[in-house]
Ligand binder design. Structure first.
Ligand SMILES: C[S@@+](CC[C@H](N)C(=O)[O-])C[C@H]1O[C@@H](n2cnc3c(N)ncnc32)[C@H](O)[C@@H]1O
Length: 204
């Protein structure tokens, strides 16, 4: 169901509105690239959305592929890349059933895509992205992450998407394949989403 939402509602939103996450390249990615911790390589953005991270990486010498399920995200990505004068390879594909993406990447980036998926889709996502990696590939994962309270659990029984990983879920899902470093954690005491975490993972 969350795929349906991404494909149709997401496409509509990208075409006609400025989505709330259209906020430019993300802080942790910018710091890692500018500090030289992430250096130009073959990279892929999983759920590229408004393409801010793709454009930023391309501007800093990375070879970039962006994947999204929403066709208008692909169109927007090409427009943003052209405006910025960079080249990015955007591919319409489904991270739970990859058909159009192949090859091996040195860097994977996910800002807020995995956390929207249902648990079964998360399982499929993991099995689909692993073949895109090699030993030493890095994976920068940003996710909303907190322990859901009772009314959130009820809400997500009826909503067609999820919003957060459970604490410990990133380790449970990725720990056998990646060494995991938590590089940031933020708690939003008054607002919602309530907390986020950023992991830099290195494929074993
Ligand atoms: C919250 S947005 C984040 C977009 C982008 N990472 C950013 O930070 O601006 C999540 C994105 O993942 C895409 N998405 C969701 N499910 C997907 C799937 N199964 N395969 C590919 N893309 C998906 C959505 O279309 C959407 O563009």
């Amino acid at each position: 169901m969350s795929k349906w939402l991404a494909k149709y509602v997401g496409s509509f939103a990208y075409r006609y509105f400025r989505v709330p996450w259209d906020i430019g390249p993300r802080e942790e990615l910018v710091v890692l690239v500018k500090s030289g911790r992430l250096t130009p390589c073959r990279s892929i953005d999983l759920g590229s959305g408004t393409a801010s991270n793709c454009v930023f990486l391309a501007q800093h010498g990375f070879d970039v592929t962006g994947i999204d399920l929403a066709s208008s995200a692909i169109g927007l990505g090409y427009k943003r890349a052209q405006e910025a004068g960079v080249s990015v390879n955007f591919i319409l594909d489904d991270l739970t059933k990859l058909r159009n993406v192949s090859g091996i990447f040195d860097l994977l980036v996910d800002y807020g895509t995995l956390n929207d998926m249902h648990p079964r889709e998360r399982d499929l996502y993991v099995s689909n992205i692993l073949p895109l990696t090699h030993s030493g590939s890095q994976f920068l994962l940003y996710c909303f992450e907190w322990q859901l309270i009772w009314w959130e659990k009820l809400l997500f029984l009826v909503l067609p998407f999820r919003a957060a990983l459970e604490p410990g879920e990133a380790k449970r899902r990725f720990g056998q394949y990646f060494d995991i470093e938590e590089i940031s954690r933020k708690t939003n005491r008054r607002g919602w989403p309530r907390a986020s975490a950023v992991y830099l993972m290195t494929r074993k």
